[in-house]
Each structure stands twice: as C-alpha cells, then as structure tokens.
Design a protein around this ligand. Structure first.
Ligand SMILES: Nc1nc2c(c(=O)[nH]1)N(C=O)[C@@H](CNc1ccc(C(=O)N[C@@H](CCC(=O)O)C(=O)O)cc1)CN2
Ligand SMILES: Nc1ncnc2c1ncn2[C@@H]1O[C@H](COP(=O)(O)OP(=O)(O)OP(=O)(O)O)[C@@H](O)[C@H]1O
Length: 220
C-alpha cells in the first residue's frame, strides 16, 4: 500500500494522523474481507511460528497476550498451549483512559468481565509485569513500527516500562504490511514481528520460509 505522499517533504503529525485513520479503516476492511477460512489458516501458521520462539518457551516468565477483537490474530490457542507448558499468562486492562494498560494474570476458565470496547478482561487474579508481550498489529512497516487502533495504549505501556520494557512481539497479517507508518517520536518499534509468512526483526528475517539471511537471529 502506498505511503503518504510527501511532495511537501516530511508530513506533519496532523497529516500522519488522518492518513493513519484512513489506513486503519482500509486495513480492517481488507482483513475482514479476506474471509474466515483464510484468516484461520493465517492464525494457525502464526501460532506455529510463535510456539517455536525461544522467548516463549517457558516455563518461567509471564507473557502478556490479548483477547482478539475484530479481525486480529487470535492468540488464545497459543495462550492455552503456553499455559500447558507452565508459562504464566496475562491480559491487558485499560484502567484509565490515555494511560498505560495494566496486566492481570489469566488462566483458562477464569472469571472475566467486559472491559473497554466490550473486550473481556480478567475479573480476579494478581496484577503482573510481563517479560514478553504479544501486541496486535493492524499495520506494520519494515522498521518494526506498528499501527494499532489509535488509542496509543501499547506505545504508552512500552514507554512507561522503560528501562526494562518487555520483549514486544508484534503479530499481524501480511495484508498489514506498509512501506512506512511514518513513525512519530511517541511510536515504539516492535522487537519482533510475526506474520503468517515469517518472523522478522526490523527488515531482518529470523525464521523465514524464504530462508534465513545474514540478519538471521538465532536464540531470540
Ligand atoms: N484485542 C485487543 N485488546 C486490547 C487492545 C487491542 O488493540 N486489541 N488495546 C490496544 O490498544 C487496548 C484497548 N485499546 C483501546 C483503544 C482505543 C480505545 C478508545 O477509546 N478509542 C476511542 C478513540 C481513540 C482516539 O482516537 O483517541 C474510541 O473508540 O472512541 C479504547 C481501547 C487493550 N486491549
Ligand atoms: N508515551 C506517550 N505519552 C503520551 N501520549 C502518547 C504516548 N504514546 C502515544 N501517545 C498518544 O497516543 C496516540 C497514539 O496514536 P497512534 O496512531 O500511535 O496509535 P496506535 O499505536 O495505532 O494505537 P494503539 O497502541 O492503541 O493500538 C497519539 O495521539 C499519541 O500522541
């Protein structure tokens, strides 16, 4: 998909913001338009990629995931699998508007309640700090920058966790690949991005169907 036209040089935040708004709408439509069977295929391929990441091998550490919304990758099968491996899981909870999200422990069958946008959140359990975070991507670029739903919650959460932020693993579909999302100072890039096609760090493939290149990183 085309980047924002830059005839006048680097676009300002107002231009970028309205461009992102249009991109979000178009990406949601494209993703839902792909159809359920195709998305399910992408989902299971992404789960297989994630399952193999040493960072999620467990059994120590806490992995933050998310309850899927609209056409997002569904990380619930992965969460059940990691739970069975002894990995602790957590879900984001919007505790205050325009503030970082908090994470609450999740386990299969726990009590949940509807949160913002009716996304289910844990209604019991400890508040925790994940060491790794699955972050939903609506769009992403080769530098690892992401486009989400526009609340800025993940950017704020990763910024607030400095100097020891969790490993940010962006998950999304190849239809979300953009030339650039026109990163702004508040945007925090992902450490890894996983799609149905490959796992990459910036422009460097980690494990790729097209083979591992010089940028390949073993042991991530
Ligand atoms: N599945 C899933 N869970 C998630 C997220 C996500 O992207 N996916 N989030 C990732 O962030 C958080 C919730 N994200 C939210 C993002 C925006 C708004 C919101 O109120 N949006 C306003 C408009 C925002 C604006 O333009 O300023 C609205 O809808 O009116 C609420 C929650 C936590 N849980
Ligand atoms: N660390 C921060 N401190 C204050 N405001 C922030 C911070 N990070 C992001 N924001 C604000 O939040 C909004 C996020 O817009 P942006 O287009 O980056 O959202 P997004 O990354 O797609 O959303 P989300 O993370 O919710 O999926 C912007 O208005 C931005 O200024």
């Amino acid at each position: 998909m085309a980047a924002l036209a830059t005839a006048k040089g680097v676009p300002g935040w107002a231009e970028v913001r309205s461009w992102r708004k249009a991109q979000r709408a178009s990406l949601v439509a494209q993703c839902l338009g792909a159809g359920r069977a195709e998305r399910e295929g992408w989902n299971s391929t992404i789960t297989a990629h994630l399952e193999g990441l040493p960072a999620l091998a467990g059994p120590t550490g806490t992995v933050g995931f998310y309850w899927p919304f609209k056409g997002e990758y569904d990380p619930r099968p992965l969460a059940r699998l990691l739970h069975a491996r002894g990995v602790r899981l957590a879900l984001p909870v919007v505790v205050e508007r325009a503030r970082p999200v908090a994470f609450r422990a999740w386990w299969p069958g726990m009590r949940m309640r509807p949160g913002v946008w009716n996304i289910p959140v844990p209604d019991e359990g400890d508040w925790v700090r994940p060491e790794a975070l699955l972050v939903p991507l609506l769009g992403f670029d080769p530098q690892g920058y992401r486009l989400g739903y526009g609340g800025g919650y993940y950017d704020r959460t990763l910024a607030a966790a400095r100097p020891t932020p969790p490993l940010a693993i962006g998950v999304g579909f190849e239809v979300g690949r953009l030339e650039t999302i026109h990163p702004q100072p508040h945007d925090v890039p992902m450490d890894l991005i996983v799609t149905e096609r490959r796992v990459f760090r910036g422009s460097a493939p980690v494990t790729a169907t097209e083979g591992s290149g010089p940028g390949s990183r073993e042991g991530v």
